[in-house]
Design a protein around this ligand. Structure first.
Ligand code: ADP
Length: 260
């Protein structure tokens, strides 16, 4: 069907551009920090969504006319493509920091509360296990800011996903927004926590806290580097408060330039 063709074409384009970028990075060898672990992780992270999309598309082709089945399969494929696109943004951002490419953010007015709501709903959809609770009860109905909402969405999603990935048995993620001279967004978890010795390093590209189960938790140490870069490009900053076994709180502070 034509939907299948379009989906496959999108998938191919996304995958192709990732491989192209990766090749360029390797060839220019400007990312001195490229490590074996990174390549392994990247391969794994890329293969998983690609396989999922392929399987979903195949099932879609084979499925009978059950509309609900089709919608579910489309949802899976779409979500996995979003996930891929988010990973590509991370790598692109790092490539930009290394001056391998130039990219501009697109600033426009957006509602931070609505954006967080979207991230929370999507994270709940991905993590529907009973032991995972994502709590966001905003005190404001709307909070208009000026920024790149696409990248800000990735920022929020990264922080929520980390809170879950490095969580305890019962995961509780609290999101809070406060508005004073500046706007702050904090993402607090009750997870494994981070020793203070690593508080600065976690924001460096490719750094992952050395832990016994490091390789069972997927990731390639780019999320927080990307998050910090995007926040900085919004004139803001990010702080970490955490202790080992005591959970972590990441607080993003961004200047309030409310256009209203
Ligand atoms: P990734 O999760 O892909 O490894 P990140 O850049 O997002 O990369 O995070 C860097 C490292 O910081 C992680 O590998 C992990 O060790 C640590 N970390 C990040 N977020 C948390 C968190 N919420 N709780 C505990 N550790 C965290």
């Amino acid at each position: 069907s034509w939907q299948l063709m379009i989906s496959l074409m999108i998938l191919w384009a996304v995958f192709g551009s990732f491989i192209y970028l990766f090749h360029t990075l390797l060839k220019q060898n400007k990312l001195g920090v490229l490590r074996k672990a990174f390549v392994n992780n990247l391969t794994h992270e890329l293969r998983t969504p690609v396989t999922t999309v392929s399987v979903a598309l195949q099932a879609l082709e084979d499925s009978n006319d059950q509309v609900s089945d089709k919608i579910r399969l489309y949802d899976i494929a779409r979500e996995e493509l979003e996930h891929l696109s988010c990973m590509i943004d991370k790598v692109l951002q790092i490539a930009e920091d290394e001056h391998l490419i130039t990219k501009k953010l697109i600033f426009e007015e957006y509602d931070l509360i609505a954006l967080i709501d979207k991230c929370v709903s999507s994270a709940r959809l991905h993590n529907h296990q009973d032991n995972i609770k994502i709590i966001f009860t905003p005190q404001y109905e709307t909070l208009f800011l000026y920024g790149d909402s696409h990248h800000m969405r990735n920022v929020i999603t990264n922080l929520i996903e980390n809170a879950i990935k490095y969580g305890a048995d019962q995961v509780q993620v609290y999101l809070q927004v406060a508005k004073e001279d500046q706007v702050t967004l904090s993402v607090q978890d009750n997870g494994i926590g981070i020793k203070s010795a690593y508080h600065e390093q976690v924001f460096e590209p490719f750094f992952r806290v050395p832990q016994g189960d490091l390789y069972t938790v997927k990731g390639f140490g780019l999320g927080l580097a990307y998050v910090q870069q995007i926040v900085n490009q919004h004139g803001g900053s990010i702080k970490l408060k955490s202790e080992l076994h005591e959970g972590s709180t990441f607080t993003v502070t961004i200047p309030k330039k409310i256009k209203k």
